[in-house]
Design a protein around this ligand. Structure first.
Ligand SMILES: *Cc1c(COP(=O)(O)O)cnc(C)c1O
Length: 382
């Protein structure tokens, strides 16, 4: 037997308390019992999203909520500015094109964040733009875009800001109402510590207004219909009941720790991971705008990324993520979001050291681990 550890940026490990909740007997969804569970969960989600509005739960993976954002808030021919700095920026781009939006693309080097001035310029050049689509954390490049500053531009214009927060919500503070985000999306298998299959989406009041006049074909993802049902603690269709049991438990765990402490833990673990990677002399994928959700690093010259990845997973039992798109085989991404503690970071770096040594790269064992320990010891709360 090889003990398997999941240290990828999604899916992420599911804690025992959440697994126990997932295993509860399924109850019927048209009952007061489900209504109460749903109501409590909606309330906790509002807190996490930092909104007084409704956070809707949808039975789909995160991309379903991204698609729902497009079909509810943008009509064919609407012009949108898409920040494309990785695999998930590409997803916004593909979705927008699929629904016949007119796309103004800001292409950003993978591993860099968009600069606010670029967004400002695009909005000046295209005063008819109706939306900006961006990632809060571009998981494929382990990079964060400056959402708070972009929101300052969109909220004073008639431009909806849609944020894919799938590895941002629950990782760092994304206060939707305070920043003025119009559409915020997340998925269950990242910071929410659940299996895949549930997505959450919240809209600002002006996004709900916009949705009224948007004619795009939509049925399952008709958010106005969902909003009406969910306001009464019910859903338009059969909800993912077990996942909602799990979500309530996961949110309870996060609230017991405290949301600010959850965010601080992610920041601390990310910092320790980066220190470890740099101490090993490896190059970070996103040195300047790193995400607290995951750390990407270039596989050193002479090591086959695909083989390294497979060896770590199958022989050592540590599953990281590789690269997507043109970074396939060239990078490793160490996930540190969700149910992750200091010693998962230590395990990550330790496995990385041993894996690289196995493939002949010169590594001083313990060097990365030691650098991470220094950070963790100075940053851990008393
Ligand atoms: C994982 C992820 C997605 C895709 O979500 P699915 O649940 O696979 O549909 C989209 N955006 C980001 C930033 C992600 O990390």
């Amino acid at each position: 037997m090889i003990k398997q550890l999941l240290l990828a940026p999604g899916p992420t490990p599911v804690p025992a308390r959440v697994r126990a909740a997932l295993a509860r007997p399924v109850i019927h969804h048209r009952t007061p019992q489900f209504g109460e569970l749903f109501g409590r969960t909606r309330e906790a989600l509002r807190e996490l999203f930092g909104t007084d509005g409704d956070v809707l739960m949808l039975s789909s993976s995160g991309s379903g909520a991204m698609e729902s954002a497009i079909v509810n808030c943008f009509a064919p021919g609407d012009k949108v500015v898409v920040i494309n700095g990785g695999k998930f920026g590409e997803r916004w781009l593909e979705l927008a094109k699929m629904y016949s939006l007119e796309v103004v693309e800001i292409a950003v080097d993978w591993g860099s964040a968009v600069r606010v001035e670029q967004v400002e310029q695009a909005l000046k050049d295209h005063p008819d733009a109706r939306g900006v689509l961006v990632q809060g954390s571009e998981t494929s490049t382990t990079t964060c875009h400056p959402i708070e500053d972009i929101a300052k531009l969109t909220r004073e214009r008639d431009v909806l800001l849609a944020v894919d927060g799938i590895t941002a919500v629950g990782v760092y503070d994304v206060p939707m109402d305070r920043w003025g985000i119009d559409i915020l999306v997340t998925g269950s298998q990242k910071a929410l510590m659940l299996p895949p299959g549930l997505a959450c989406i919240a809209l600002s009041e002006r996004a709900w207004e916009r949705a009224k006049s948007v004619c795009q074909p939509r049925y399952y993802f008709d958010l106005a219909r969902e909003r009406k049902s969910q306001a009464g603690n019910s859903t338009a269709y059969t909800p993912a009941i077990s996942l909602i049991f799990g979500l309530e438990e996961a949110l309870s765990m996060m609230k017991e720790e405290g949301f600010p402490q959850v965010f601080a833990r992610h920041e601390r673990n990310a910092r320790a991971t980066r220190a470890g990677v740099e101490a090993l002399g490896l190059e970070l994928l996103s040195p300047n705008d790193p995400s607290p959700a995951a750390t990407g690093l270039y596989v050193p010259e002479g090591v086959d990324g695909k083989k390294l990845h497979g060896y770590l997973r199958d022989k050592m039992g540590v599953a990281f993520a590789g690269g997507q798109g043109h970074l396939k085989g060239k990078i490793v991404r160490l996930g540190h979001l969700g149910y992750i503690g200091a010693f998962d970071v230590i395990t990550s770096l330790s496995a990385l050291e041993m894996g690289l040594r196995h493939f002949g790269h010169k590594v001083e064992l313990g060097r990365g681990v030691g650098a991470a320990q220094e950070i963790l010891m100075s940053a851990l709360p008393d």
